[in-house]
Design a protein around this ligand. Sequence first.
Ligand code: ADP
Ligand code: MG
Ligand code: ZN
Length: 481
Amino acid sequence: MNKEYRYEPVIGLEVHAQLLTNTKIFCGCSAKFGAAPNTNVCPVCLGHPGVLPVLNERVVEFAMKMGFAVNCSINQKSIIARKNYFYPDSPKGYQISQFELPVCENGHVIVSLKDKEPKKIRIKRIHIEEDAGKSVHDLPYGTGIDLNRCGTPLIEIVTEPDISSAEEAAAYMMKIRQLVQYLGICDGNMEEGSLRCDANVSIRPRGSETLGTKTEIKNMNSFRNVEKAILFEINRQHEILEDGGSIIQQTLLWDADAEEARPMRSKEEAHDYRYFPDPDLLPVIISDSWLSSVRESLPELPASYIDRFTNVFGLPVYDAEVLTQEKSIATYFDEVCKFTTDYKSASNWIMGEVMRILKEQKIEICSFPITAEALAELINLCQNNTISIKIAREVFGYMIVEKKTAGQIVKEKQLVQLSDEGAIRTIIAEILTKFPNELEELKSGKEKVFGFFVGQIMKETKGKANPQVVNTVLRAMVTEL
Ligand code: ADP
Ligand code: MG
Ligand code: ZN
């Protein structure tokens, strides 16, 4: 029997999202990325004795927002705890986090994979915590430590072990990135580490209810790597079990270049962190009014955009999903639709030409040279038959390079579509006489030659003839022959 059928993968993800607050979680230092090493630090985030941390309210607010977005219940009282472990980039010897009572619990998201039923993935908890600093290894004199990131605010989003494939894990990550970006609480950049993911992976005989021994993979900095690393680990575990071996609970590091996961440390005991409530920090109390004001301040979320795009603009669900993957694209589409009523064309242009350019030039829509209004103008020129779709693609190309409006380009390059029947008739008559052999074939009813003549006419008019008019007039002329 195929091993794919004998075993089923069980995956749980722990996702860390770096929050876009101005200051750190327990002090007033800037939380901005990219400053010179050890410049955004103070006695609090350096863990000097005698200092008192003060909780940044924005961090709780952002955690609440995420909680609402993934259907969690919000604990109006939660506890801040110390997680004790030694690591060189963590000067206090412990990390301030949450353990027993996190800000949010018991949520879920739905992920949809192509050709599969939508899948519900339960979220166990979302807690707030501080980030650690960074060891910088490739310095000429050895390893240095940059503590700028110490005390940068994070939320950790932990799923139940509900994910059953590498593909589903990547789709879940994309969903989380989409939500944090819409909420504006994290930039969602996996390459830069502002969205990080640890994957817990085990396999078990299909149909079994008990969980197998898990390993935890760290250090995947893209969706592709999340998927690859989990696949690698599922296969590795399969092979061990097939050979009659057993899985060792351990932490693995994903090496993206070698495309393999290697052991980092083994974990004999699951919990040796000696969590206890931080004596310097009071329980976090969320009042009814704070809770409801955060709920009311939530921005429009992807589900609502999809609803609007399908119901108000009449787009297919597929279009709506592609357009809402990134909030900036969704708002660009919204903006285009303020200036045109041809919504489906707007969607086609954005999903096709616009996204192609973004990919080619590796840019975001905010640096895309054509404004929403300018794209709408191009769409309208097509819709009212001033130019054909073929010419419109050409104009689009000019718009990107020349930074002029579609109207200007059409005028300057004399690209207005030729729709005048009389003029087209004259051109057709000339072309018919140019190709006497093909004309004979056309007369004898050969349909293929019809296309040949349409092509010649378009060539003669440099693509400017209105194809519909060309078709009708040529058809009429053929019957007159
Ligand atoms: P740990 O104490 O090792 O961090 P947790 O129970 O807190 O373990 O779970 C961490 C993550 O691992 C969660 O996302 C959870 O769903 C997942 N998980 C727990 N047990 C397993 C398992 N046997 N296989 C796969 N994932 C698991
Ligand atoms: Mg863990
Ligand atoms: Zn500080």
